[in-house]
Design a protein. Structure first.
Lengths: 202, 221, 241
């Protein structure tokens, strides 16, 4: 179980939110809602330990995440605004690089490309991809190496209907394997049984 | 593959695919060295006298100018963020990137240096010392430079700032490197100079990745 | 009283406002006394004549150049480790003062060098080290200026200050090393002849004057920075309301 207790965020000496609690159990999805600037991205970055919370703490199965941040990072996937896809590498190389660095035990790169409908682009350098294909390559990382917690920041940006469907299927499979998802998104992901966290601008 | 090796392999592969950068550093090295005979005249004796200093200053500048590709591209496309989240300690990732940077910059400079030494008419006694000091000293350039590169990540057009931060810190490497070659050229014992240079590099190995990691973390906040 | 007692900006501002005129006044008195002694009471040196009097400005400035960098480094360490809210303020405020003293040490060293060496600049070990220290100050201040987000700039500058502090002794050592290799035999050293007791008092008074002046200036700069931050906070509050 992944919990946040009394989380607060300050950006440039301005308080964005404070006193925020959340909780995700295995297999559960938490969708963040709220207008622009209310701190959805910041909350996801705090959950990924990229940002420090101004108060409170994050707990994983009751243990403070700050005690062993590297362990926490190893069990999460973070998809941010940037794709982290290198134009000079092929689609396969892009995905394989990340699963190598994340010491993925099994080779799931092909499965990942199939899951996001980019298997036919495997040997295409990423600089020739469209924005949507670029995004799919980034999202394929989710499947290529296993991680218990997915943190998704507007994951459907530049995806078409088919791409969004691929993502939905991936999330459903992930949850079926007791994975957790925390996502900020404006559009309905069409997922059943989702909890919402409403962020209010302060 | 171990994650540490995977990071090095990734950076090397990118350097090879994108080419250019190593080649540019080498051309810059060559060009800078060429400017000196044109600036101070072609007398062989004078060139031989200034050769160690010129080679080291040019190598210093070439290494410094290649620093921006250490983190900048990865910072801009989100890869640095992903590397941070890979579960490896950030200091280790930074060290891996520094090693890749040295392999694609320091090592080629080291290999080109003897050729340029010939152009500058450096005396034969100095060549071994030149290679040895470059071998020991150029890793320190990548290590120290990484701190500057990490600190200027969020700065737009940080190139000039980077040189202001990094060049003063390069001075000890320059001094010990050149004094070792000078000693060898004059038939003196180069060992103390080489040992001091080695001490510098060894001290930089644990300290610099740590400081760079702190700066990288800052830039991602 | 805890270290955080004076962390309260209002309390600091009030206290600093009270100390500042006293420090400024004391610095002025010490400076007048010190300069009077240095210029009129100290006998001219039998070798260097009246030019030796430049020492009474040069040596204290060189001391202050080092002192300010140490202060900057300690303040940065306090800011990074204990996150004391006034520490990064103190570090930022001390840098231009230190750079000023460093510049003064360089200029007076150059002026002193002209009659001694016959040229305005000699690559003497000490002057060279001070010159490199000047570059370190410039880099530190430039980094503060180039990062827009104040908190990020504070942390980045603190990391740089600590890296610099580790490097200062190494640079000093390497420059001394370099200098002994290239030293012409007959160059007179800046330390000059052993200091006569009649010179010691004015020198110490000048050093103290510079030190107190540093305190006055530091407090003034810190208060200014605090007020700037307050203005920015008000602007932000205006915008978001």
């Amino acid at each position: 179980m992944f919990q946040g207790r009394d989380i607060a965020c300050e950006r440039g000496e301005r308080r964005i939110f404070s006193g925020l609690d959340f909780e995700i159990s295995p297999g559960q999805a938490l969708v963040l809602r709220g207008p622009n600037g209310c701190g959805k991205t910041s909350l996801l970055r705090i959950a990924a330990t990229l940002l420090k919370s101004a108060a409170g703490n994050l707990l994983w199965d009751g243990a403070d995440v700050a005690e062993a941040p590297e362990e926490h990072r190893a069990r999460l996937h973070f998809i941010g605004h940037q794709d982290a896809v290198k134009g000079a590498l092929t689609v396969r190389e892009n995905i394989a690089t990340w699963s190598n660095i994340r010491r993925s035990a099994e080779d799931r790169v092909d499965a990942a490309m199939a899951a996001f409908g980019i298997a036919h682009l495997a040997d295409t350098p990423a600089q020739y991809l469209s924005a949507g294909q670029h995004r799919r390559t980034a999202l394929a990382r989710l499947v290529a190496s296993r991680a218990a917690l997915w943190l998704l920041d507007e994951p459907t940006v530049s995806l078409d209907a088919d791409g969004t469907a691929c993502l939905q299927r991936a999330i459903m499979d992930h949850r079926a394997e007791k994975g957790m998802v925390m996502a900020a998104t404006h559009i309905e992901l069409g997922l059943d049984d989702v909890e919402f966290l409403q962020l209010k601008p302060q | 593959m171990k994650p540490f090796g995977a990071v090095i392999a990734r950076d090397l592969r990118l350097a090879v695919r994108q080419g250019g950068a190593t080649f540019l550093a080498l051309v810059f090295f060559l060009l800078t060295v060429t400017l000196f005979p044109l600036g101070i005249g072609p007398e062989p004796a004078i060139l031989a006298r200034v050769a160690p200093g010129v080679l080291w200053v040019a190598a210093l500048l070439a290494a410094m100018l290649s620093l921006d590709r250490l983190f900048q591209a990865d910072f801009e496309d989100g890869s640095l963020e992903q590397l941070t989240l890979s579960g490896l300690p950030l200091g280790g990732i930074v060290l891996a990137k520094i090693i890749a940077h040295w392999l694609t910059t320091g090592l080629p400079l080291l290999l080109a240096a003897p050729v340029l030494a010939v152009l500058l008419n450096m005396s034969d006694e100095g060549f071994a010392a030149l290679l040895l000091t470059m071998l020991i000293g150029t890793p320190a350039l990548s290590l120290i430079g990484a701190i500057g590169a990490a600190l200027t990540l969020t700065v737009r057009r940080g190139g000039v700032l980077l040189s202001l931060l990094v060049l003063p810190l390069y001075i000890p490497v320059l001094i010990f490197g050149v004094s070792a070659i000078d000693a060898a050229v004059h038939g003196l014992n180069a060992k103390p100079h080489v040992l001091l240079l080695a001490a510098l590099t060894l001290a930089a190995i644990p300290l610099c990745p740590w400081a760079s990691a702190a700066a990288v973390k800052l830039s991602l906040e | 009283m805890s270290m955080h007692y004076f962390a309260n900006p209002t309390r600091f501002n009030r206290l600093a406002g009270r100390i500042q005129p006293w420090a400024g006044g004391l610095a002025a008195i010490l400076l007048v006394v010190g300069l009077y002694m240095a210029l009129f009471e100290v006998p001219a040196d039998y070798q260097q004549g009246d030019t030796v009097r430049i020492m009474f400005v040069h040596v204290p400035s060189a001391w202050m150049a080092m002192f300010c960098y140490s202060f900057l480094a300690v303040a940065s360490a306090v800011a990074l480790i204990w996150k004391h809210p006034l520490a990064d303020l103190a570090a930022k405020a001390s840098a231009p003062i230190g750079a000023g003293f460093t510049f003064l040490a360089l200029v007076t060293g150059s002026i002193w060098g002209k009659p001694m060496w016959g040229t305005w600049w000699v690559w003497d070990a000490r002057l060279t080290s001070v010159l490199i220290l000047f570059f370190l100050y410039l880099g530190y201040m430039a980094l503060w200026q180039s990062i827009e987000d104040g908190q990020k700039a504070a942390k980045a500058a603190a990391v740089l200050a600590l890296v610099g502090a580790v490097n200062v002794p190494i640079i000093k050592f390497s420059v001394d090393w370099w200098n002994t290799l290239h030293q012409p035999a007959s160059v007179m050293r800046m330390d000059g002849p052993a200091i006569h007791p009649s010179m010691l008092w004015p020198l110490l008074i000048m050093a103290l004057a510079f030190q107190v002046y540093f305190v006055a200036l530091l407090l003034a700069r810190m208060r200014m920075e605090l007020n700037l931050r307050r203005i920015r906070a008000l602007r932000l509050a205006e915008r978001s309301s």
